[in-house]
Design a protein around this ligand. Structure first.
Ligand code: MN
Ligand code: MN
Length: 453
């Protein structure tokens, strides 16, 4: 059985461990798309990247640039030796993850508790998100434009929040229900407080609102223009007695985003221009100004071309058509408790390296980017020549389900795209599992892609 573990010598295992530790701490600091972008900017600037908006005039090979969109997308470029019109080598991934979002009018009082109403974001098994410690991350934007940052539940001394679940002793009816109905979306309300103030009406809610006002300077109406995300409060941990894996929230898709980011941060003077695009909103269809469907990415390519006096459609089309991309997203790792959901010879296995998915989709590849074999043949050659351990897979058995990624959106710009990524267990649960070996091999594969394609 060829695994990454068998291929690594002592020195590489040490590199892998160091990388895995960096990643674990990164995960703990970046539970939302905004936090990821902030941290990415910090790392990029430390590696010599500058904001594109501050650059004027001609660019030269080796120049490192980044741009931000509304605090929730980042794109990074390292200018190559070849002209831009020869195409970009692009790594793409998403930095949003399934979670519970506070509703616009979330706060109410019930049975002596202050409650926060939520609307879940992305595909989740709702029963996995109750009776566990949750943290509140995000921003509240006041009418005057002031942005208040909120993080509750990460520091050891911070309180956490959570959704309650009925005790097993009284759960006879609940246990008869289908898993999809055992916990309903409208029952995913957080318990947020229980101290009553002196008021006649809604004393607990009023007490909590007064606390929020004192601590954050916010009024109840400010919830209307807030983006508050409820995420697992747990920290990423080494997983397995042998510590071969990492369990944490939001491997999907920060494991691909972090490895892609690290790969481009280390590029010096590539032949082709390197690009890394990290986007929001993948879990709800890549929609909106900060999703992959936004024109923002193309606009940054036009801005780049402008530095070479080529900001016109002909040069833009040439650049995009000659580009190639790894659309990176997590793969469904074969689950030892549910092997029957996978087709063994086309399944992804933890520890067997980066996964290439020629296609994803559901019900007959619907919604998929089906990569061209000419393109994948070249990738196979480059990966083999550089001793990268890779596997190919589909997402489960043909009729069992499926899923989509951002691949088809970039392919619409007429470039070669293939899905690539790292296999995880427990995908979209509060505690996903990935192998350290795949994490490091994914990073190595992304570097080879930027250097050699
Ligand atoms: Mn996902
Ligand atoms: Mn994903």
């Amino acid at each position: 059985m060829k695994t990454v573990w068998n291929e690594y010598d002592e020195k590489r295992r040490e590199e892998m461990e160091a990388f895995a530790k960096d990643y674990r701490f990164f995960l703990n600091r970046t539970k939302t798309e905004r936090e990821f972008v902030k941290e990415a900017v910090r790392l990029a600037e430390a590696s010599g990247f500058v904001n594109m908006d501050s650059v004027s005039g001609a660019l030269k090979a080796g120049d490192k640039l980044y741009a931000i969109n509304r605090g929730k997308n980042i794109v990074l470029y390292v200018i190559g030796e070849q002209p831009l019109t020869d195409g970009l080598s692009i790594l793409g991934a998403h930095i949003d993850s399934p979670r519970l979002d506070l509703k616009q009018r979330p706060l109410y009082e019930k049975e002596g508790f202050a409650m926060l109403d939520t609307h879940y974001y992305g595909g989740i098994k709702k029963y996995q998100w109750v009776a566990r410690p949750m943290a509140l991350h995000g921003v509240v934007v006041k009418k005057d434009g002031t942005v208040i940052d909120v993080v509750i539940g990460e520091d050891e001394e911070d309180p956490v929040l959570g959704v309650s679940d009925i005790l097993i002793h009284l759960a006879a009816k609940q246990m008869q229900k289908k898993a999809s109905e055992a916990v309903e979306g409208e029952k995913l309300d957080l318990i947020a407080g229980s101290i009553p103030g002196k008021e006649e009406k809604e004393p607990v809610k009023t007490f909590l609102m007064n606390y929020l006002n004192k601590t954050y300077g916010m009024e109840e109406d400010d919830f209307l223009s807030a983006e508050l995300e409820v995420v697992p409060a747990d920290h990423a941990r080494n997983f397995g007695i042998d510590s071969s894996m990492i369990m944490g929230y939001g491997h999907d898709d920060r494991i691909c985003a972090y490895t892609s980011l690290r790969a481009i941060l280390e590029m010096e003077k590539p032949a082709r221009t390197s690009c890394c695009i990290l986007v929001d909103k993948e879990e709800i269809g890549s929609v909106g100004a900060t999703g992959m469907q936004s024109r923002w990415f193309e606009n940054t390519v036009i801005s780049l071309l402008d530095h070479f006096g080529m900001a016109d459609l002909v040069h833009l089309n040439q650049t995009l058509t000659n580009s190639c991309m790894l659309s990176s997203d997590v793969s469904a790792g074969l689950d030892p408790n549910f092997p029957e959901m996978f087709e063994a010879k086309n399944a992804a296995y933890l520890g067997k390296g980066i996964v290439f998915n020629k296609y994803t989709g559901a019900r007959g590849k619907s919604g998929s980017n089906d990569a061209n074999p000419e393109y994948f043949a070249k990738i196979r050659r480059v990966m083999d020549e550089n001793h990268i351990v890779f596997q190919t897979a589909e997402l489960g058995k043909v009729d069992e389900g499926g899923g989509g990624t951002i691949a088809y959106i970039l392919a619409e710009l007429n470039m070669d795209v293939i899905d690539a990524g790292i296999a995880v267990l427990n995908m979209h649960s509060p505690s996903e599992i990935a192998s350290k070996a795949d994490l490091y091999e994914g990073y190595r594969a992304y570097k080879v892609f930027l250097e050699k394609m």
